[in-house]
Design a protein around this ligand. Structure first.
Ligand SMILES: Nc1ncnc2c1ncn2[C@@H]1O[C@H](COP(=O)(O)OP(=O)(O)OP(=O)(O)O)[C@@H](O)[C@H]1O
Length: 221
């Protein structure tokens, strides 16, 4: 589903290049859920951006659904993103002028993969069915994040990339959102790569890896 081989990424700084990733190998199979942990600044978001094709590595190969990202131009990369990926960030990035229902189906419409039955199912499972005519500012933080997750899953992606998806929520709302996220992932057969600082959040996922000094280490604990 997702394969990174010997991926290296640096950023230019006045003191010379800052190597954030240094020969990272990672493989995520269909339907698998993986937590990506590591200290602040260790490169977790950088890795997620590379996996989404939003940035390019200095060296190494990234395969998404069997396609080599480096072989695609930006137009084809963004088409692949629309078809294959769901993205969820700490900030919800909802469109304020669109209703709950329209925010939810936005990605699916762009990907030309609208599925009204799946949309209704998502709205019900996310507890948003009675709120579909509301606007994002009329929702709680937890409801907004559930909507952002629904939007990411509406086009039935193969892989959901989530960067601290519960970072803005209190513990109770976070637990709620995570349980739903996992249930929906399992229902749809979607793989999950989730960045988190929290071992509690990482625990229910299939596997956990740590980013340390530019390299990945497996966590078998
Ligand atoms: N565009 C950029 N230019 C220069 N340095 C950058 C850039 N983006 C990130 N960095 C640096 O790269 C390192 C890794 O950043 P990244 O955001 O990937 O870490 P992270 O593990 O996601 O951190 P956090 O947990 O705090 O979100 C940091 O030292 C950061 O300052």
């Amino acid at each position: 589903m997702l394969q990174l081989t010997d991926v290296t990424k640096s950023y230019p700084t006045p003191q010379g290049p800052l190597y954030v990733l240094d020969g990272v190998d990672l493989r995520l199979t269909r339907g698998e859920s993986l937590a990506l942990m590591g200290e602040s600044g260790s490169g977790k978001s950088t890795l997620l951006h590379l996996a989404a094709g939003l940035d390019v590595p200095d060296r190494g190969e990234i395969l998404l659904g069997g396609e080599r990202l480096s072989a695609l131009d930006e137009t084809r990369r963004s088409a692949l993103r629309r078809q294959r990926l769901g993205l969820v960030f700490q900030q919800f990035h909802l469109v304020p002028s669109l209703s709950v229902a329209d925010n939810l189906t936005l990605q699916a419409r762009l990907a030309k993969r609208e599925d009204p039955a799946w949309t209704q199912h998502l709205l019900a499972r996310l507890g948003l069915a009675d709120l579909e005519g509301r606007y994002p500012e009329q929702l709680s933080g937890g409801q907004q994040q559930r909507l952002a997750i629904g939007r990411a899953l509406a086009a039935r992606p193969d892989l959901l990339l989530a960067d601290e998806p519960t970072g803005n929520l209190d513990e109770a709302a976070a637990d709620d959102v995570l349980a739903l996220l996992q249930a929906l992932i399992a229902e749809s057969g979607c793989a999950l790569l989730m960045v988190t600082h929290s071992a509690r959040v990482a625990a229910p996922l299939d596997r956990c890896v740590h980013l340390q000094r530019g390299r990945l280490a497996d966590d078998d604990a």
